[in-house]
Design a protein around this ligand. Structure first.
Ligand code: FAD
Length: 468
């Protein structure tokens, strides 16, 4: 059994939705395009899962956050795909790919052939064995302590020798009980539904959030709003350690404390306690602390889904290596979103980013390159990441390297920072900005203006970006 399409998008997440939208804008014909997704629903805006989806009152539910509402465009419901002649093959995992024959084999036994394939398989929860890799993403929450913890347990992970594709969830670390119902991860809708159920049955109880990256921070906020007591545990000295400076982190940690969140830093989880009914009662940490726990959320990083293409396409920095047209080492295969390692022109190096904006824009760019190659220049992307928690909201553009210059009012929830490297602004962060202010910091990060005097930049603060 088999079907043939001109274009196939493998994966049905954020990048797939935006790619489909771009195909339609550029006049794809009915019957030419197919999306194959393991998930049972049409592509949706994944960031909603750790924000509106977890709220106790009036939670976000599909179809409200199908792509492309995240960029204030039309909402691509299943009806939209039907009306545009796009085949959605949902609830279907592709189990093997042959890029030479241009075929995909699904777990249901169907062979789907393509002329052009866009790989948009994203990532799954797991720990990155990233000691010896440049870190492309300042916010992804790689937990070095967990790696050390794995080392201790299994004696396998050594800096410089670890395999990129080795680790998965906590189960694999041999932590007894880590596959319990009350241990939650968060990557897809099924995870989110499970988490909501566990949250509901833990109302008024205790949650331990493992990991101080954005998943941990956003989930902790939702748990507190849902009246669950939260302790965050992570091995670093402060939250969002790969992006935030200690000063920025201390603002958010104070804010979280004011909402009742506790922090235990510099240590990692080692085991769980259960009662005689197999209900979780506590987690144990390496520093000897025992924390009461009815549930645990683990947010310790992700692994890109490259395995179908290992040995067939060139991989780099954990992802599928593509050029400025998002084209892989096989000219019929493109890769976009979390799974792609692409040239970030502004920094003159390749990176794999795990941000929704990058997924959206790389997907659109790939489709432009496929449909109108002669008119499509190299992808020129400015890294952008954001988060929203409680009443707070921040945006970050560029790179967090070099000297940091903080500005604004850290008591009044309106502050930011510039990163200045080799005499030029390379990164900007802003909490509580307006649309115009965010646009201004994005603009100066792209312009990379020269800075002669850091203290002058500090004095000018946001005004520097607004007046440039
Ligand atoms: P995904 O959206 O992960 O989609 C991959 C798809 O491929 C999935 O549908 C998967 O089931 C499917 N798939 C994989 N393998 C196969 C296979 N073999 N066969 C069939 N289907 C397959 N980024 C931000 O910038 N800001 C945020 O606030 C933010 N919040 C987030 C909150 C959560 C809870 C999560 C999980 C991520 C968040 N992100 C955020 C990151 C952002 O969502 C990702 O960067 C984005 O989803 C990547 O898009 P993608 O299409 O590459 O991958």
């Amino acid at each position: 059994m088999g079907r043939a399409f001109v274009f196939v998008i493998l994966g049905g997440g954020v990048a797939a939705g935006y790619a489909a939208h771009e195909f339609v804008k550029r006049g794809v014909s009915h019957g030419e395009l197919c999306i194959i997704s393991e998930e049972p629903v049409a592509p949706y805006e994944r960031p909603a899962l750790s924000k509106g989806y977890l709220l106790p009152e009036d939670p976000a539910r599909l179809p409200a956050f199908h792509c492309c509402v995240g960029s204030n465009e039309e909402r691509l419901t299943p009806k939209w795909y039907k009306e545009n002649g796009i085949e959605l093959v949902l609830g279907t995992r592709v189990k093997s790919a042959d890029v030479r024959r241009k075929t995909l084999l699904t777990a249901t036994g169907e062979t789907i052939t393509y002329k052009i394939l866009i790989v948009a398989t994203g990532a799954r929860v797991g720990v990155k064995y990233a000691y010896n890799l440049p870190s492309p993403d300042p916010t992804c929450g790689i937990i070095v302590g967990i790696l050390l913890f794995v080392e201790n347990l299994k004696g396998t992970a050594h800096p410089g020798s670890a395999s990129v594709n080795k680790a998965l969830k906590l189960e694999e670390f041999g932590v007894s009980g880590s596959d319990a119902e009350s241990v939650c991860y968060l990557r897809d809708l099924a995870d989110a539904n499970r988490l909501v159920n566990v949250m509901q049955s833990s109302g008024g109880g205790n949650a331990v959030v493992i990991g101080g990256g954005y998943i941990g921070m956003e989930c902790a906020a939702s748990l507190v709003i849902g009246k669950i007591n939260v302790t965050m545990v992570f091995p670093e000295a402060h939250c969002m350690a790969r992006l935030f400076t200690p000063k920025i982190a201390s603002f958010y940690e104070e804010f979280y404390r004011s909402k009742g969140v506790k922090f235990v830093k510099g240590t990692v989880l080692t085991s769980f306690d259960f009662d005689s009914n197999d209900k979780m009662t506590a987690v144990n940490l390496r520093d000897g602390t025992k924390l009461p726990a009815d549930m645990v959320i683990v947010g310790i990083g992700i692994r890109p889904n490259t395995s179908l293409f290992e040995g067939q396409l060139t991989l780099e920095k954990g992802g599928i290596k593509v050029n400025g047209q998002m084209q892989s080492s096989n000219s019929s295969v493109y890769a976009v979103g979390d799974v792609a390692t692409f040239p970030v022109k502004i920094f003159g190096e390749t990176r794999r980013l795990e941000h929704v904006d990058s997924a959206r824009k790389s997907a659109r760019h790939a489709v432009a390159a496929i449909m109108e190659p002669e008119k499509t220049t190299e992808f020129d992307y400015l890294p952008f990441f954001y988060s929203r928690v409680f009443t707070l909201s921040w945006q970050f553009y560029g790179d967090n390297t070099g000297d940091v210059v903080h500005f604004g009012d850290f008591l009044g929830n309106s502050f930011g920072a510039y990163w200045v490297n080799k005499g030029h602004v390379v990164g900007s962060f802003l909490e509580g900005g307006t649309k115009e202010e965010y646009a201004a910091i994005a603009k100066i990060t792209r312009l990379k203006p020269a800075i002669e005097d850091l203290s002058d930049l500090e004095t000018q603060g946001l005004g520097f970006a607004l007046t440039l």
